[in-house]
Design a protein around this ligand. Structure first.
Ligand code: AMP
Length: 312
């Protein structure tokens, strides 16, 4: 990993209660920044900014440490950790959020460790856009700018913090969001039209995640599609989008490059990490993952989509 650049992430870190047709787990490790950090850690060194409460189990902190995630920007404060709970339809086609408690995130004012202000790759994972803006501000001090800034968001913030979100979008290179969120944000039902409208708000690239239908990238090089790897044993789709973002940004940071060709490969690494994430509850699949499995699934991906051009 020697040539990889540091990758900074801010976002939710929390305790999730999740029910799928394969079971229920209460108060397990979740949060967008958690999935992102551990997924990305297989490819690049990760710096995590966030907050947890006094009830956050030390075992969760140890998982981040086991993946060499730098926790100098992780605050532990008195109070309850962020909590989210949701239930999936038996065929995983829909998810219903039962509860969101921001808890310690309500009063969080992120403060970047001084040495992190020059982080070249920045991911503003799903959390209040006000917090995403605050971290972006701290990396843009003294005239410096990160090389590549991407962000994520969700319906909760599109509804509740629209004007802050629009201010953020004007300043990022790329937005990742799912198809419903893209429609909600843009007011366009058609995805290419939605992507065009979103790019007009600021980001030069937009990735629209479509669950098991894969992800679409719209950027200056046109459109690129990455399928979702066909997985038979889907256990819990929570965090697939964040794991996708982790694989994606991890690859850019590893290569130190944001050219259209590298971004295409990053789309496949995103799909690879997402495909592992859904194979178990919480971040449990990552506990048993190693780089050789990532390499193997990447190769299987290449076979999955390989075809020859024809002369007709
Ligand atoms: P995904 O499945 O990729 O949408 O991400 C799921 C993760 O997002 C869960 O682990 C939740 O803890 C987290 N999450 C849910 N709602 C919110 C929210 N309003 N703000 C930040 N993170 C959230």
């Amino acid at each position: 990993m020697s040539k990889a650049s540091p990758l900074l992430v801010v976002g939710s870190i929390g305790l999730d209660t999740v029910e799928t047709r394969l079971g229920k787990r209460a108060d397990v490790l979740g949060g967008a920044a958690s999935y992102f950090s551990v997924a990305a850690s297989f490819l690049a060194p990760v710096r995590l900014v966030g907050v947890v409460g006094s009830d956050f189990p030390p075992a969760h902190t140890e998982l981040f440490q086991a993946h060499q995630v730098d926790l100098a920007g992780l605050e532990r404060v008195a109070g309850r950790t962020f909590r989210w709970s949701g239930v999936y339809a038996p065929d995983f086609s829909t998810r219903t959020t039962l509860d969101t408690q921001l808890n310690v995130f309500s009063d969080f004012r992120p403060k970047l460790p001084a040495a992190w202000a020059d982080s070249p790759y920045l991911f503003l994972a799903n959390i209040d856009p006000t917090l995403q803006l605050s971290v972006l501000d701290q990396t843009e001090k003294q005239g410096q700018k990160p090389r590549f800034v991407a962000c994520d968001t969700m319906n909760f913030w599109i509804e509740g913090r629209r004007s802050e979100l629009l201010r953020l979008l004007a300043r990022v290179d790329m937005l990742l969001l799912n198809d419903e969120e893209a429609r909600q944000l843009s007011g366009e039902a058609n995805l290419p039209a939605a992507a065009r409208a979103i790019r007009a708000l600021g980001p030069r690239a937009v990735v629209i995640k479509r669950g098991d239908a894969g992800a679409l990238l719209f950027h200056e090089g046109g459109v690129f599609a990455a399928p979702a790897f066909p997985i038979e044993n889907v256990v819990d789709p929570t965090g697939a989008g964040d794991s996708f973002a982790g694989g994606f940004m991890g690859w850019l940071a590893r290569e130190g490059d944001t050219s259209p060709a590298t971004i295409r490969t990053a789309m496949i690494l995103g799909s690879v990490l997402a495909s592992f994430s859904v194979e178990d509850f919480s971040l449990d699949r990552f506990r048993r993952l190693d780089v050789s499995q990532i390499r193997e699934r990447f190769a299987a991906f290449a076979d999955l989509v390989h075809f020859e051009k024809i002369k007709l």
